[in-house]
Design a protein around this ligand. Structure first.
Ligand SMILES: NC(=O)c1ccc[n+]([C@@H]2O[C@H](COP(=O)([O-])OP(=O)(O)OC[C@H]3O[C@@H](n4cnc5c(N)ncnc54)[C@H](O)[C@@H]3O)[C@@H](O)[C@H]2O)c1
Length: 247
């Protein structure tokens, strides 16, 4: 294994761990030697991911926006792998469809709560436990850069993640690096209905002429956590096949 991508002895805290992208991140980091702390709402799926990885893995089923669940994950992680976390990747997210005019307070709050407030809470709790040289990779989205029709709440939450990523990079450097990934359309359960409704139009605007695979996002997350990205912080990397190109 190339030493830059060897995560042996490092610990990853990952939310949204049973999602399309989360599973691939868990598998890749595990394959690269990392200890993994998994969090997701879906207890049955979480147990199946934990069982597949088998060793160097613990799991907390619960709401990743809840302080108690976050504290439980940190406690279990340090009891199993020792004090200190190296990588934090908050990948939990939701993407409901609703125009701004149709979005009631409850839905607006729910999206903000999971996509933004939960990230703030997770990072605030875990940063004091992170080892020197550690890295955070937040999940933004192409929607956070260019907006998204009928997903204004989601786009607003992801735009805020970009701003949070940059702000945090100022605050936690040089000890830690903080970056974001901005996926385009990646084949996971999250975008099934979007692909069914607008797939052909999106593909015609995508130079690579296909959707992304979750593993193609996981590998960028691993790059951003690795020493290969040692001079990168406060950056957002687009992973979208060219659907959106920003200067
Ligand atoms: N798939 C895409 O095309 C795409 C594009 C841009 C950004 N993203 C972002 O990538 C990340 C991963 O998305 P995905 O495609 O794997 O989605 P997914 O729907 O497959 O997975 C999301 C996971 O988050 C979990 N989750 C939701 N709320 C939670 C909570 N409160 N606590 C704990 N877990 C919770 C779900 O159970 C699910 O396992 C998300 O932040 C998403 O916004 C995805």
């Amino acid at each position: 294994m190339n030493a830059r991508f060897d995560f042996t002895g490092k610990t990853l805290l990952l939310t949204g761990a049973t999602g399309g992208i989360g599973r691939q991140i868990a598998a890749l980091f595990h394959q690269s030697g990392a200890n993994i702390i998994l969090m997701d709402l879906d207890a049955a799926q979480l147990e199946s991911v934990r069982a597949q990885l088998a060793v160097r893995v613990v799991a907390v089923a619960g709401d990743a926006t809840a302080s108690e669940a976050i504290q439980e994950a940190l406690r279990l992680g340090s009891a199993s792998f020792g004090e200190g976390i190296d990588f934090v990747v908050p990948a939990a997210g939701i993407y409901p469809e609703s125009s701004i005019l149709d979005t009631g307070e409850d839905l607006w709050r729910k999206v903000m709560s999971i996509n933004l407030d939960g990230v703030y809470r997770l990072l605030q709790a875990s940063i004091p436990r992170m080892n020197d040289g550690g890295a955070i990779v937040n999940f933004a989205s192409v929607a956070g850069h260019r907006g998204s029709k009928n997903h204004g709440h989601y786009a607003a939450s992801k735009g805020a993640i970009l701003a949070l990523t940059r702000s945090l990079a100022h605050e936690v450097g040089p000890k830690l690096r903080v970056n974001a990934v901005s996926p385009g359309t990646i084949r996971t359960p999250m975008v099934e209905s979007l692909v069914a409704a607008k797939g052909a139009a999106m593909l015609s605007e995508t130079p690579l002429a296909r959707y992304g695979e979750a593993a193609e996002v996981a590998s960028v997350v691993a790059f951003l956590c690795s020493d290969a990205a040692s001079f990168m912080t406060g950056e957002a990397l687009h992973v979208n096949g060219g659907l959106f190109m920003a200067g």
